[in-house]
Design a protein around this ligand. Structure first.
Ligand code: BG6
Length: 465
C-alpha cells in the first residue's frame, strides 16, 4: 500500500466570516455575508467563534493537534473595507499576526483569497455582475501578495465559485437573484473566471516560488440507473457543476456541454474581445477541491431549477437533469449523503482529467454535537466519517493520484452557511449556541485526539481511540 507523501499537508479549514466575528472592528467594512447571512432565529457572523480575538489560543490548539497546514480565508473587507479603496493597516496587521502565529508552530498557511464574503460596497454597485469587480479583485490580490507573499506560499483564489452560481441563494451570495436571473449569474461567473485567471498570472509574476489554484466544490455525479437518459443527465450535471469551472481554470476554455446548455437557455455571458486570451494565459499549479458527498441524477423531468438546492443537494434543471436520492447511501443529520468511496472516484476523475497535484480543502460531517456530563464531546460519528474518507483518499494515492493534502472542514466549530451554529464540524468545540454566545470556551473533542494520532502516524493509524 502506498503511503501518503512524507510532507503531506495534514490540515484543517475555516473561512473568515464563519469563524472570525469582530464584523465591524478595526476598520473592517461590511461584506455581503454580514448583510445577508442571517437566517431568522439562527446565529449570525457578528461574533461567530470570536477567532479574531482568540486566534492565538486557537492556533496553539491546532499546533497541539499536530496540524501541518491551516487553511483560512482572508476577509477582503478587512484589507480593503469598501472593496476597492484604501487599504486598512489594521486588517493587514491582523493577518500578519495570524500568519506569523501559524509559522511559529511550523503550520503552513494555505490562504483562500475570497470565501463568499464580497465587500458590500461592491455588491451595491452590482457585485460580480459589474465588470469593475474583476479589477477590484486583482488589485486586492496584489495587496495580499505584497503584504503576505513573503510568508504565504500556497494560495487559493475563490472558494466554491460553482456553488455561488448554482446555489447562491442558500449560501447567501445572491439572495436578490431568482432563476430568471440565471443569465446574470453566468455573467458573474465569467467575471470571476477572469479575476481568477489574472490573479493566477499575477501570483506567478510577483511570487515565483508560490503556488496557486482554484477551490471549487467537486464531486462525482452518478446516473441513477444505466438507462442512457440517466447517463446523459449525469454528464450534463457534471458539465455545469464540475467541468465548467475546472476546464476554465486549467485549459482556459468553456466546457462545450456547459456552453451548449447556456446557449439553449439564452444565458451565455457577454465575452469581450481579449477575454479568452486572458483566460487561456493563466494556469494553476495545483487543484484544490471541497468534497462532502457525491450527486445522483436522472433524466427524469425536473420540476424546478437548482436554486432551491444547496451545496450537496441537487434539485435539477428542467430538460437537463433531475436530482435524485442515492438509495445506497446513508445521510447525515442534515440530509447530506455520505459517500467515502465517492471521494476516491472523484479524486481519480479530477487527476485523470487534469494531471495536476490535488489537495482536498474541505471534507467533514456537520452534526449536533453535545457535551456529556463529564464535559466531553464524544464525536465517534465524525471520527468514523473522516476515517472512511481518509482510507479512500489513501486508496486514491495507491491508484496513482498525486494527492498532497487533506484539510477537513472545520478546524474549530463555526457558523454554517445557512444552518447556524448548531451544525458543528470542528475538532474543537466552541461553547456557544444559536441564541447565546456563552463563554466561547474551546474544548477538545474526541476527534481532536484521534486526528492528532492520524497526523502523527502520517495517516497509517486510523483506528478509533
Ligand atoms: C462549503 C463551504 O460549501 O461547505 C463552507 O465552503 C461551508 O463555507 C461548508 O461551511 C459546509 O456547509 P454548511 O452549509 O454545512 O455550512
Amino acid at each position: 500500500m502506498k503511503e501518503f507523501r512524507k510532507d503531506f499537508f495534514w490540515g484543517a479549514s475555516t473561512s473568515a466570516y464563519q469563524v472570525e466575528g469582530a464584523y465591524q472592528e478595526d476598520g473592517k467594512g461590511l461584506s455581503t455575508q454580514d448583510i445577508k447571512c442571517v437566517v431568522p432565529g439562527l446565529s449570525d457572523c457578528k461574533i461567530a467563534s470570536d477567532h479574531y480575538h482568540r486566534y492565538r489560543e486557537d492556533i496553539a490548539l491546532l499546533a497541539e493537534m499536530g496540524l501541518k497546514t491551516y487553511r483560512f480565508s482572508i476577509a477582503w473587507t478587512r484589507i480593503i473595507p469598501d472593496g476597492d479603496g484604501k487599504v486598512n493597516p489594521k486588517g493587514i496587521a491582523f493577518y500578519n499576526g495570524l500568519i506569523d502565529e501559524c509559522l511559529k508552530y511550523n503550520i503552513r498557511p494555505l490562504v483562500t483569497m475570497y470565501h463568499f464574503d464580497l465587500p458590500y460596497e461592491l455588491e451595491k454597485k452590482g457585485g460580480w455582475f459589474n465588470r469593475s469587480t474583476v479589477n477590484a479583485f486583482v488589485r486586492y490580490a496584489k495587496v495580499l501578495f505584497e503584504n503576505f507573499g513573503d510568508r504565504v506560499k500556497y494560495w487559493l483564489t475563490i472558494n466554491e465559485q460553482n456553488m455561488m452560481i448554482l446555489y447562491g441563494a442558500a449560501i447567501g451570495t445572491n439572495s436578490g437573484l431568482t432563476e430568471k436571473a440565471q443569465s446574470a449569474l453566468y455573467q458573474q461567473n465569467h467575471h470571476m473566471m477572469l479575476a481568477q485567471a489574472q490573479t493566477m498570472k499575477l501570483c506567478h509574476r510577483m511570487l515565483p516560488d508560490a503556488k496557486i489554484g482554484p477551490a471549487p466544490n467537486i464531486t462525482e455525479v452518478y446516473p441513477k440507473t444505466c438507462k442512457p437518459q440517466d447517463v446523459l443527465a449525469a454528464q450534463n450535471f457534471n458539465s455545469i457543476r464540475n467541468w465548467l469551472y475546472l476546464d476554465m481554470a486549467v485549459y482556459g476554455r468553456y466546457n462545450p456541454v456547459a456552453w451548449s446548455f447556456m446557449e439553449k437557455k439564452k444565458i451565455t455571458p457577454h465575452i469581450q474581445p481579449g477575454d479568452m486570451e486572458i483566460l487561456q494565459g493563466a494556469s494553476p499549479d495545483f487543484l484544490a477541491f471541497n468534497y462532502y458527498c457525491t450527486a445522483t441524477v436522472s433524466g427524469n423531468k425536473a420540476e424546478r431549477g437548482d436554486q432551491g438546492g444547496d451545496q450537496q443537494i441537487a434539485v435539477g434543471e428542467p430538460g437537463f437533469y433531475s436530482g435524485e436520492n442515492n438509495k445506497y447511501l446513508e445521510k447525515t443529520e442534515f440530509g447530506w449523503e455520505i459517500d467515502p468511496m465517492g471521494l476516491r472516484t472523484t479524486l481519480r476523475s479530477v487527476y485523470e482529467r487534469y494531471h495536476l497535484p490535488v489537495i482536498i480543502t474541505e471534507n467533514g460531517l456537520g452534526a449536533y454535537d453535545k457535551i456529556n456530563e463529564n464535559g466531553e464531546i464524544i464525536d465517534d460519528y465524525r471520527i468514523e466519517y473522516l476515517r472512511k474518507h481518509i482510507e479512500q483518499a489513501r486508496l486514491a494515492v495507491q491508484d496513482g493520484v498525486d494527492l498532497f493534502g487533506y484539510c477537513p472542514w472545520s478546524a474549530i466549530d463555526l457558523i454554517s452557511t445557512h444552518q447556524g451554529f448548531s451544525k458543528r464540524y470542528g475538532f474543537i468545540f466552541v461553547n456557544r449556541d444559536e441564541k447565546s454566545t456563552k463563554d466561547l470556551k474551546r474544548i477538545r473533542k474526541k476527534s481532536f485526539f484521534w486526528y492528532k494520532k492520524v497526523i502523527s502516524t502520517n495517516g497509517s493509524d486510523l483506528s478509533n481511540l
